[in-house]
Write a new protein. Sequence first.
Lengths: 54, 402
Amino acid sequence: MWIKRLTNFFTTIYTNPTGRVVLLTLYYLAIIAGLIIMYGRGNFTTPKFVYQGF
Amino acid sequence: MRATPRLLSGMISLLILIAALTGLDYYARSLEQRYVSALAPLDLNQTINGIALQRAALYQSDLLPVYGSSEITMIDTQYDAEKFFSAYPTGFAVFNVANFGAASLTMAQDLAALGPDLRGKKIVVSFSPATFTMSKLPPDYYAGNFSPLHAYEMIFSPYLSITLKIDAARRMLDFPDTLQSDGFLRFAILEMTRPSKANRMLYYLSWPLGEFQIMTMQLQDHAEVLSYLWSHSVSSGVKKTPQTIDWSSAFSSALTAQKQHTLSNSLGVEDEDWWWYQHVVTKPIPAGSEDKGFIYRVEQHPEWIDLDILLRVLQELGAQPLILSRPMNVQLWEALGVSEQAQDTYYVKLNSIVNRYHMPLVDYQQYGTDIYFSIDQGAHTSRYGWVYVDQTLDEFFHDHLH
């Protein structure tokens, strides 16, 4: 039942031009956030080596 | 709006992203400024491989950044500058950016990454004669200190001359393993070092992408620092205890401590390293027998090319550096078949290169006959040697260096 209500809620917003832009913007931001979380982390580690003088 | 909702949403998302990243950058910089003094003694990986904390340190009037190698990190002692000045006795503390095996080319990239922030700033560049007198820089040492962020900043820096960047790029190509995983950086380096105009054009065309990559890595650098601060309880306060340093007492206690660590031999070698050198006693090497090889090695050493690149970076960015070398242990090197006269080759060459740039140089050559200044052939600073270095740093910071 709650899925149906949620679908109706989003459908109602989506039919409104402004609501559609807001929803799309949130959708895009969620994708960007996901990409940053998955691939955004830098790698500042360096390979290990044994220092034995020069 | 009905015709282009996706385009509009895309643009709004982009604007929000740019605003969020700008906010993150601003927030991170303010936190880094606040915490850099507290983070200085922790010698974080991010301090060495990033630039955010190094940049923050440059703007602290009571931090003296010291760039160096194993002569700084080799022994853990209360006399090393980081600990010696940790309570800001004379009004400053040391901010070490040092790691084992970090040579001139690594430091050049690191300093190039700081760009115009270096202008007018006092910094210390430290190294030991070992990098110029012993084997060539091993590729694994270079790789172990290689920072892609620093490398990108060096290659795409708008603040350095193209000739300097090409010279640095040529040397970076001598360590191909470090470029293997980054095709774009390798491409830019190869194109800039090739002689034709078409190649140079390709390098310039790659510039915007290089700048974008730098921007991304800088944000990642900030994120790493923020992540550390959020996951560790770090207090931004630093205890400062002004006091007059009793140098003669420091020299005396450091010398006593150093002697306690060199009881096994009469050449000033640290006890735990003596096994490496004891053959010079059991099977003596004829005096001066290694001179020829030593002089050839020093004169041809590629590290001089890298030192020249490093000094040009400092000059073009307008830094106020102190160049700090260390004395070779004359008696130990003589026991290893290299006469004092041959050892002078290093100092002569060092002075001739540094003097070209009119930068202050302290090489401590006069202490070469003091066996307690360093702990081994590599001129790694001893407890006693550190007090001399501390005194030099203090004089440099307070503009009393002669």
